[in-house]
Design a protein around this ligand. Structure first.
Ligand code: FMN
Length: 416
């Protein structure tokens, strides 16, 4: 029998029935934030960043349709709250240690965005809207950077969420072609009542290899003042870049993506110098939270890749590794693996039982799944998400669900 209880069962007084996220006061000034990152920003990476000085860790982008069709499940074995899709894949997982968690939505509709936000509203501290993703899937669906040229839609989405949600709403944009246009856009967004605006200091056509324009954000912030905190994002790779990007741009906070993959301890000093130790810790957190091995492998691969360690024996071994014992073996923590297993005091896999209703909505889920072009080789581009990395079968077999319809390439590369 399943130990998982859906939120429709309210009689049991487990603290996890309410994570009390709505009580958390979100402050976006002087904060070090881990950026939303598709498939990277699942619970274990957020927890790793948080225990290394990160103040706020965003989720990966999750598409509104996907989130709105999930069921909230209290996972008593893991002490997590899970949001499970109709196909029983895990869409979002959080826990008490996932403090100040921000869930990023991909959306083109205020109605669907609100429906999605209402599903998770008691378990997240804020909702962020992705207005920067330049990927085909997002843009052709009117999401991500497609919103940047639709101020009326921006106003509609943000003000609808702000009017109806008890938690802060923020958004993440890119620079527009000119500083004046960007200022105008920031003013429109500010007037909706958002609590913060993250600015990825690149324009829509620019790729991660193009340098971020801290100088343009500096110009924008010296020519206009905003009543909401502005978060600078782009090319913060060392701990020292946090202070220098703030000093240069006069932004209020920083947001870090690839620098956090490279070194999750970038947020505080002393910065860890031993990548192996960080990966060991990542594996432990991932295991303890029953993170799908495919996603864990993907993250380890990305950490190695960001550290230019693709020629190392570990990188080669991880390509053929399939499960946690193999990961532990590669990173020399096999003896600890047994301790992880014992400390969980559960079987290696948790059991999830979710009654599936409205099966017809699954089709809509699939229609709205994102094309995730990122691969095990990590092109580190901005991606839309369909987080099917964590799929659980009854009873308790985590199985591969790599969004094969949308992402055959990733499936090929990720298959374990
Ligand atoms: C692997 C990866 C996945 C990303 N996924 C998202 C996402 O889900 N939502 C989003 O708004 N931006 C996403 N981005 C963009 C980052 O949040 C960030 O804006 C960009 O990488 C620039 O920051 P950086 O120079 O610190 O890497 C992603 C970036 C990377 C590298």
């Amino acid at each position: 029998m399943s130990d998982i209880v859906t939120n429709s069962c309210t009689s049991n007084a487990s603290p996890l029935r309410s994570l009390s996220k709505t009580d958390v006061v979100m402050d976006y000034y002087n904060k070090k934030i881990m950026a939303p990152m598709v498939r990277i920003g699942t619970l274990p990476m957020r927890l790793l960043a948080l225990e290394n000085g990160c103040d706020i860790a965003y989720s990966e982008e999750l598409i509104d349709f996907k989130v709105k069709n999930t069921t909230r499940v209290v996972n008593e074995k893991l002490n997590t709250v899970d949001f499970i899709s109709k196909d029983k894949s895990l869409t979002y997982r959080t826990c008490d240690a996932d403090v100040r968690n921000v869930l990023q939505l991909g959306t083109a509709s205020s109605v669907t965005a609100l429906e999605a936000a209402n599903v998770v509203v008691n378990d997240v501290c804020a909702i962020d809207i992705n207005m920067g993703c330049p990927k085909f899937f997002s843009v052709q669906g009117g999401m991500g950077s497609a919103l940047l040229s639709q101020p009326e839609k921006i106003k509609d989405i943000l003000s609808t969420l702000i009017r109806n949600l008890p938690i802060p709403v923020t958004c993440k944009i890119r620079l527009l072609a000119t500083d004046n246009e960007t200022i105008d856009l920031l003013k429109i967004i500010e007037n909706t009542g958002v609590k913060a605006i993250a600015v990825h200091a690149r324009m829509i056509p620019e790729r991660p290899r193009d340098p971020a324009h801290w100088d343009r954000l500096e110009n924008i912030l010296s020519n206009a003042s905003f009543s909401v905190p502005i978060i600078v994002n782009g090319d913060i790779f060392e701990h020292g870049d946090i202070a220098s990007s703030l000093a240069k741009t006069k932004a209020n906070s920083v947001m870090i993506a690839r620098g956090a993959i490279r070194n999750a301890s970038i947020f505080s000093q002393p910065v860890a110098t031993n990548v192996h130790k960080l990966i060991q810790r990542y594996i432990q957190i991932a295991y303890e939270n029953d993170n799908h091995a495919v996603n864990t492998k993907y993250n380890i691969t990305n950490i190695l890749n960001e550290n230019l360690m693709t020629q190392t024996p570990e990188f080669k071994s991880i390509q053929s590794a399939k499960d946690y014992p193999a990961f532990c073996n590669i990173f020399n923590i096999s003896s600890q693996y047994e301790k992880f297993v014992q400390s969980q005091k559960v079987e290696a896999k948790n059991y999830i039982s979710v009654s599936v209703q409205n099966e017809d909505l699954v089709a809509k889920d699939n229609e709205n799944s994102c094309s995730n072009k990122n691969s095990n080789n990590n092109n580190n581009d901005e991606n839309s998400s369909n987080n099917n990395n964590n799929k659980h079968e009854l009873p308790g077999n985590s199985i591969l669900n790599e969004d094969s319809d949308n992402n055959p390439q990733a499936l090929k590369k990720q298959k374990v």
